[in-house]
Design a protein around this ligand. Sequence first.
Ligand code: GDP
Ligand code: MN
Length: 390
Amino acid sequence: MNIHEYQAKELLGAYGVPVPKFRVINNPWETYDALRDLGSGNIAIKAQIHAGGRGKAGGVKLASNAEEAIRLTEEMYGKVLITHQTGPAGKKVRKIMLSEAIPIAKEYYLAMIIDRLVQKPVMMASTEGGMDIEQVAAQTPEKIIVERLLSGVEISPYVGRKIAFGLGLTGKQAVELPKLVLNLCRLFVEKDCSLIEINPLALTPEGEFIAADAKINIDDNALARHPELRRLRDFEEEDPLEILARRYGVDYVKLDGRIGCMVNGAGLAMATMDLIKLAGGEPANFLDIKGGANKQNVVNAFKLLTADPRVEAVMINIFGGIVRCDMVASGIVEALHEIEIKIPIVVRIEGTNMAEGRQILNNAPFKFILADSLADAAKKAVAALPGGAS
Ligand code: GDP
Ligand code: MN
């Protein structure tokens, strides 16, 4: 689960990581109150959208007085920001953070993620803060310090000291940064984060570290034990189809292709997407309808797939292992009595009672394109697209 910068800063603040004072507005008319609370200094105006790269897209502005802050806030509110992380459709600005603008002497980069290779949290830091870390990694990888944590739960001040040393810090900063790192580790572990990224971590002319930006992702699988975090989900920022999928209890990831996939089992769903690509097509989604391919699940899956206007053919790939193919076939036929599908449907069902399953599909008053292998199904799905794969 992705959360907003202001929510991330609230969490950081609660864990003792210095953040600037800020207010969040949901409407431009709230700007006055927010500015009164913030006092008379310079103000940073920051679009709260679930995407980075806002600075370059006009989503971060600095104002030196209240009048300018009001004007910039009004201009930003309701705008659609297109950054390298939003996709071409962009994201509409519905919330704006007004914050004390921090005077910045130097920008650092500090982040924590899970290193999947070693299955442990890893800390990353760089003196090249403020810019795209991907660019730093590509051009000057030696400028990124990587420190593995010994385990997920054991937090040692040693990590922070090594990072401070790696960044070339001395004096007060060499004492302060390890404390900050320790707090970050605590937050990461206690709140089951999958990412914390502070870019930039600002060093003020007075020599204080302060998080000028913050991005936090929480592990969805851990939300069951964090009711306090579940509330932070902003549905307006999420893909409506993925919200619907969560309600249906299926695993769904929207992609950009034209072939909607309906599969039981995550591994099979991945293999299905691979084979569609191999056949020259592009999957419109990953969808694991889980074990029970009953009528209701199939109806829900059809609803999900056809809610995506890009989907021009459906490929159903069900392996009857625990679930029987005749039951799956009946589920598909019953579903089609309930929901009208106008695009071609390719079906590959294999496994227990597969002959009976095919019989049911053949006898149904709907036109299916039956396939006799996974590769065959992928080819037929691509061929069924209006205009073919192109
Ligand atoms: P992002 O572009 O979405 O990552 O948004 P950031 O919050 O990182 O802002 C982009 C850039 O604006 C930062 O790299 C800073 O250089 C600058 N910036 C953001 N907040 C402040 C601030 O409080 N003071 C100053 N001086 N610059 C800021
Ligand atoms: Mn940033």
